[in-house]
Design a protein around this ligand. Structure first.
Ligand SMILES: [Zn+2]
Length: 303
C-alpha cells in the first residue's frame, strides 16, 4: 500500500474551466529549479498522476480572513477572493474527495486568525468529513507559537486531527520565514504530545533542524516531498537522517502538482548517484524505500 500524504487539490474540475482561467503571475522564486511552476491543473490531471498510489491525502490552503492585518501570503498575486477563504477551499476539497472516496482523504485548511476558525473546524469534520488539517505559516502568515495557532492545535488535538505543516523555504516575500522553521514545532509537540504533526518537505533546506524535532517526538513525522530534484540537498539530508536514525520517521509524499508520486519513487534508488568516484557514505536505499510503503494512515491515526 502506497500513501501519498502531500497532494494539493487541483483548482479546476475540467480542462475547459482551466483554459478559461487567467495565467498566474510568475513567481520570483519558482518551486523547482528544473521546470516552471505548474498551473491550471484539473481533476483528471490529479487522478492520472495518482494512479501509482493507493491512497492520497489532499488539501487546499486557506487564505487570510478579510481585514487581516498582515500582508497576504496567498494568493501569490496578493488578491484574496472569497473562493480562497477557508469555507470555500474546504468545500472544494470535500467535493473532490466525495467523487473518489475510496482513494482520497481530505484535509481541511483553516486560518488561525479567522474569528470563526473553531466553527469551521467543526463544520469541516462534521459536515464535510475532512480528517486532518493543512497549515502553512509562510503562506498564511501566522506565528505557529502564537495564541491563535495554539487554539487550532488544541482543537485538533481534541478532535484527533493530524496536521501537515508546510515547513522551510517559501516564495512568499512578506511572510516571516522564521514562522516556517521546524524548531518551533518542538514547542508545539511538547505542549501537545498526542497531536500528530507532519513536517512537510522535511523542512527544506532546514532538514537538519527538522530531524532534531522528529527524533524526539513520537508523533512528529516528516514527508519527503519536493526534495529529489535538488540532488545534493536530497542526499545530504537523507544521509543525516540515516546517521541520526530517523529514516523510519519519514513518510512518502509528492507535493503534486509540483512533483508526481512516480518521479518521487523513481528518484529513490538514485539518491547515491552523485557519490560515484567518492568515498562518501551512502544512504541506505532500502530504508529510504521503506518510507514509500510505510503505513502513514496508522502513523497519523487515520485508520
Ligand atoms: Zn505542498
Amino acid at each position: 500500500m502506497i500513501i501519498d500524504v502531500h497532494t494539493h487539490a487541483p483548482r479546476y474540475r475540467t480542462r475547459a474551466e482551466a483554459d478559461a482561467a487567467p495565467a498566474p503571475a510568475a513567481s520570483a522564486a519558482p518551486m523547482r529549479p528544473d521546470r516552471p511552476d505548474p498551473s491550471r491543473v484539473t481533476w483528471d490531471d490529479y487522478l492520472e498522476a495518482m494512479r501509482p498510489v493507493d491512497r492520497t491525502i489532499v488539501f487546499n490552503i486557506a487564505a487570510q480572513p478579510p481585514g487581516d492585518p498582515f500582508p497576504p501570503g496567498l494568493p501569490i498575486d496578493g488578491v484574496v477572493r472569497s473562493s480562497d477563504l477557508a469555507r470555500d477551499v474546504n468545500d472544494a476539497t470535500a467535493a473532490l474527495v466525495r467523487a473518489h472516496p475510496e482513494k482520497l482523504i481530505g484535509f481541511m485548511s483553516v486560518h488561525p486568525r479567522d474569528p470563526h476558525v473553531l466553527d469551521e473546524m467543526d463544520r469541516a469534520v462534521g459536515d464535510l468529513g475532512l480528517r486532518g488539517i493543512k497549515l502553512g505559516p509562510n503562506y498564511q502568515n501566522f506565528d505557529p507559537l502564537g495564541e491563535e495557532a495554539s487554539r487550532v492545535f488544541a482543537r485538533a488535538d481534541k478532535l484527533g486531527l493530524p496536521i501537515l505543516m508546510h515547513q522551510g523555504t517559501s516564495p512568499v516575500q512578506f511572510a516571516d520565514l522564521d514562522w516556517a522553521h521546524p524548531r518551533h514545532l518542538d514547542r508545539v509537540a511538547t505542549r501537545f504530545p498526542g497531536l500528530r504533526l507532519v513536517i512537510a518537505h522535511f523542512a527544506h533546506p532546514w532538514q537538519v533542524d527538522a530531524l532534531a524535532v522528529i527524533r524526539k517526538h513520537p508523533n512528529v513525522w516528516a514527508d519527503i516531498s519536493a526534495l529529489h530534484y535538488r540532488p545534493w540537498s536530497y542526499y545530504t539530508s537523507l544521509r543525516l537522517a540515516a546517521e541520526w536514525s530517523v529514516l523510519h520517521k519519514l513518510l512518502f509524499g509528492s507535493d503534486w502538482p509540483v512533483a508526481t508520486p512516480q518521479e518521487t519513487i523513481d528518484a529513490i534508488p538514485h539518491v547515491n548517484d552523485i557519490l560515484e568516484g567518492t568515498r562518501l557514505p551512502r544512504v541506505p536505499v532500502d530504508e529510504l524505500m521503506a518510507a514509500v510503503h510505510r503505513d502513514a494512515l496508522d502513523a497519523l491515526g487515520l485508520d
